[in-house]
Design a protein around this ligand. Structure first.
Ligand SMILES: Cc1ncc(COP(=O)(O)O)c(C=O)c1O
Length: 402
């Protein structure tokens, strides 16, 4: 059978680390994951009764009223929600979808022709390449670089010189740049002046700015708008959803806000309506519940934030007393934490670690880190277990990499 050549992974063999994990699970051996990012298994204490309440009222959703933008009531609820944070958005410029990933598909389909390119953060979450490939679109890395402060890697920031080089490589095929803020897995978030530079970069190169704010509420002061998107004078799509804001990936509801010059928006809006109308994936019960769910967002996201903060403290206490070869790579921000083991082959290390202890961490190359020896840990897991597993990891590293 012949499959589409656009799939970059066709014929690819599974990663040895993921194969080993599967093998251990099949054999009933323990796998102590330090990278789980599934909030539904993290014992966060979410208010499930309140989340379920609107679903019990079928009068809210029993009629089918398809709208490619999503229901007007859900979009009005979103518009009112953002207004509380001082952000204006016309409900007519909002699109609802079943997931943020689906929004990316629509964006890549509507902004690009086959063979065109989008700039995506590197290092970064391994999501964009596959979604782009399915739309026959290429991804070009837009690097983030760690900024040194006093010898200790502190903060990651857009490397604009490398972005310009990436554009040259893409030879005029680039249509958009994706900025994840706060970024996954480095936690980087552009400052006000960096947003202006990003907008200038987009304007100068005819690129649409795609902003992913799914981790916004994990940052201190995340309710404050990062930028006045409407004032940038370029087309901007801002994406978010309940998978992180309500710690509910299974609720399947995300949204996108569009800003920019009116002429651009009209055409883009029409194109997106076509993309959304082709499948109309977002469920009626979820849309009808959105107003109630948005009221629960501050509480749910505070639970997730406090979990991440407590695990961050445990991470710093565990790995802070450094031994020479193992360093905390940067100030943990967002829901991941990064370690660097000097001179280590990260694939060999993570395989040995899993084989000898059952501990499962991600090697940095899953996220396209430039450096060798990077280990990625998630801060979402239940606290006592996170602290125990982090302690086991430290002891194992101390034994082998002191
Ligand atoms: C930066 C980023 N954006 C989007 C997503 C996907 O979100 P959704 O579950 O809404 O598709 C993820 C998943 O972890 C992510 O890390």
């Amino acid at each position: 059978m012949r499959l589409s050549g656009r799939l970059p992974w066709s014929g690819e063999t599974a990663s040895p680390l993921l194969s080993l994990r599967e093998e251990r699970e099949r054999e009933g051996k323990p796998v102590l994951s330090l990278v789980s990012t599934d909030p539904t298994s993290a014992e966060l204490g979410l208010p499930w009764d309140e989340i379920a309440a609107p679903l019990g009222d079928a009068s809210l959703w029993k009629s089918y009223r398809p709208d490619p933008h999503g229901t007007p009531a859900a979009r009005r609820a979103l518009s009112a929600f953002y207004r509380k944070w001082g952000e204006e958005i016309d409900p007519e410029r909002i699109f609802l979808s079943a997931s943020t990933s689906e929004l990316y598909s629509w964006l890549f389909q509507t902004l690009c022709d086959p063979g065109d390119a989008v700039l995506v953060p590197e290092p970064g979450y391994p999501l964009f390449e596959e979604i782009a490939a399915l739309a026959a679109v290429k991804t070009v890395p837009a690097p983030l670089a760690p900024r040194s402060e006093g010898g200790c890697l502190k903060r990651w920031a857009c490397d604009f010189a490398a972005w310009s080089a990436a554009l040259r490589v893409s030879r005029g095929a680039a249509r958009a740049v994706v900025v994840v803020a706060p970024h996954n897995p480095t936690g980087a978030a552009p400052s006000a002046s960096e947003w202006i530079r990003i907008a200038e970069f987009c304007r100068a190169n005819g690129l649409v700015l795609v902003v992913d704010e799914v981790f916004r509420l994990l940052a201190d002061g995340g309710e404050k708008p990062a930028c006045d998107w409407g004032s940038l004078g370029i087309p901007v799509a801002v994406l978010s959803g309940l998978s992180k804001w309500l710690a509910g990936p299974q609720l399947k509801l995300s949204w996108m806000r569009l800003y920019g010059p009116e002429d651009d928006l009209r055409a883009w809006n029409d194109a997106l309506e076509h993309a959304a109308d082709a499948c109309l994936n977002v469920g009626g019960p979820a849309q009808a519940s959105l107003g109630t769910w948005l009221e629960l967002v501050p509480r749910a996201s505070a639970l997730l934030k406090s979990r991440v903060e407590r695990n961050r403290e445990a991470f710093l206490a565990t790995f802070g007393p450094l031994f020479p070869k193992v360093r905390i790579m940067s100030e943990p921000a967002g829901w991941y934490a990064l370690l660097r083991v000097d001179g280590a082959d990260e694939e060999e290390l993570t395989l040995r670690l899993l084989g000898e202890t059952g501990l499962f961490v991600h090697p940095g190359f899953f996220y396209d880190f430039d450096e060798e020896g990077v280990l990625v840990l998630s801060l979402v897991g239940e606290e006592r277990e996170f602290a125990r597993r982090a302690g086991l990891l430290r002891d194992w590293l101390a034994k082998h990499y002191f």
